[in-house]
Write a protein that binds this ligand. Structure first.
Ligand code: SF4
Ligand code: SF4
Length: 430
């Protein structure tokens, strides 16, 4: 077996707090082992994703640093609306910087109010506490005007790292589309300046295909989970979709397709990590950034199968592809604009598409119930939960609304509520 590489010199060079970072890796390793490695009957192709997680702060960061030595640029993002095709076309590397752990929150609270969404506190805390090698590797970070908390946090980030904020409209009318297209062109200029490369129809066409291929693989994984019993656990599927935000896209696509080959065989043999006949649950709402596995772990440990995620680290991230027929740059930018405006984040108003999608997904996956997941203090999703609740109630699909953060303090209380919800779903079956 090859000896594990010592990454400490690289982390020192990146300015990480080595002691704090050791603590983070220890907590992550323990949590990963509990949530993932103890599952029974896991697809063997998950080995690749286990490896990626084990090397998330090691080999992957080394790849980024080696690429930078060759003159490539690393561009950090926090939201699905940032068109990564443009970054890729210019030979940049796009990495998602959203974070899903409580470590660093204390540091973040020196700058931010306590009553702010945990996702924002987490990505700010990771950087401020010197724990995030991805952030440190970035040449620039790209924000966006989605929710208020993020917008204002980007103003603070600017003091640490070059930050560019894309103006995202809040409605989807013609004038909003025009604004978003203009923002697309401004983003091209920023990326061209940072990478020193020029966007051409050829490099953009190829990037569109690469990212679409990744989405197609994720859609294939999604479809595999429609089987009863599902051939993969919800938490494993979530992990794959979390890794999509920072892995090499072509390698990731190949690994997901390999996993799907295995899942399709498992489905024929009815091989599943869960129990046959377990309640099928869809989780809908806020994104779950790595390593936020809290809710699916509780739900699946309580005997249900999570079969789909109506979220940004789920369906919302790969539901629609970019039209690949464009030939000129302007046609391709138009196609990007149209595709990105199909994303149904609760930051938009009105946002009826999302309610429709929750209904469609629940029906398509034969869900017994839906758990609506809001990160505490996330106003857009917490308020939109009412529309989702009304639509599901009219369709006769039970809903449980959860508000939580990244701490473990409420696990007992969540467990009790989820157990009661699952008991109710089982009783409806019998
Ligand atoms: S929930 Fe909205 S703001 Fe957050 S990543 Fe998704 S699209 Fe962006
Ligand atoms: S989870 Fe909600 S509050 Fe937090 S960053 Fe996303 S939209 Fe904003």
């Amino acid at each position: 077996m090859a000896e594990k590489q010592d990454y400490r010199p690289m982390w020192t060079e990146l300015g990480l707090d080595l002691e704090g970072h050791d603590g983070l890796l220890k907590v992550l390793g323990d949590s990963y082992s509990e949530v993932y490695l103890h599952q029974e009957n896991r697809p063997s192709a998950m080995e690749y994703f286990d490896f990626v997680v084990s090397e998330a702060h090691g080999l992957r960061i080394k790849e980024l640093m080696d690429a930078k030595d060759e003159g490539r640029k690393v561009i950090g993002t926090f939201c699905l609306y940032v068109p990564e095709e443009i970054i890729l076309a210019l030979d940049g590397i796009s990495v998602g910087l959203c974070a899903g752990a409580e470590i660093g929150a204390e540091k973040a609270e020196e700058y931010l109010p306590r009553n702010l969404c945990a996702l924002i506190k987490s990505f700010m805390g990771f950087e401020l506490a010197g724990l995030c090698p991805y952030f440190r590797a970035c040449d620039i970070v790209i924000g966006e005007t989605t929710c208020d908390g993020k917008k204002k946090a980007y103003e603070l980030l600017e003091d640490i790292k070059e930050t560019y904020v894309m103006e995202l409209p809040q409605k989807k009318e013609e004038t909003d589309r025009a604004l978003w297209k203009a923002e697309g062109y401004k983003f091209v200029e920023v990326c061209e300046r940072v990478t020193g490369k020029k966007l051409t129809p050829d490099n953009l066409k190829e990037a569109i295909r690469t990212v679409n291929d990744r989405r197609r693989a994720q859609l294939r994984l999604r479809d595999a989970r429609r089987a009863s019993p599902p051939p993969i656990s919800g938490r494993d599927a979530l992990l794959v979709n979390q890794i999509a935000f920072y892995d090499n896209p072509a390698r990731f696509t190949e690994s997901v397709n390999k996993l799907c080959d295995e899942l399709e065989t498992r489905t024929e043999g009815k091989v599943s990590p869960g129990d046959n006949g377990a309640p099928r649950v869809v989780i809908s709402g806020c994104p779950m950034a790595l390593p936020n596995w809290k809710l699916p772990f509780i739900v699946e440990s309580s005997g249900a199968d999570v079969v789909a995620e109506e979220s940004c680290v789920g369906e919302r991230g790969f539901r629609t592809l970019v039209d690949e027929d464009g030939e000129t740059l302007d046609e391709m930018i138009d196609n990007l604009v149209d595709r990105y405006l199909t994303i149904d984040c609760a930051c938009f108003t009105p946002n009826p598409e999302r309610v429709e999608h929750v209904l469609e997904t629940s029906r398509e996956f034969d869900a017994d119930g839906v758990i609506h997941y809001s990160i505490s203090f996330c106003t857009p999703y917490m308020v939109e939960a009412k529309k989702v609740e009304d639509a599901l109630s009219a369709a006769g699909i039970p809903l449980l609304k959860i508000e939580t953060d990244y701490s473990q303090g409420d696990v007992g209380q969540l467990q009790t509520r989820i157990d009661a919800f699952l008991e109710m779903l089982k009783a409806r079956h019998s």
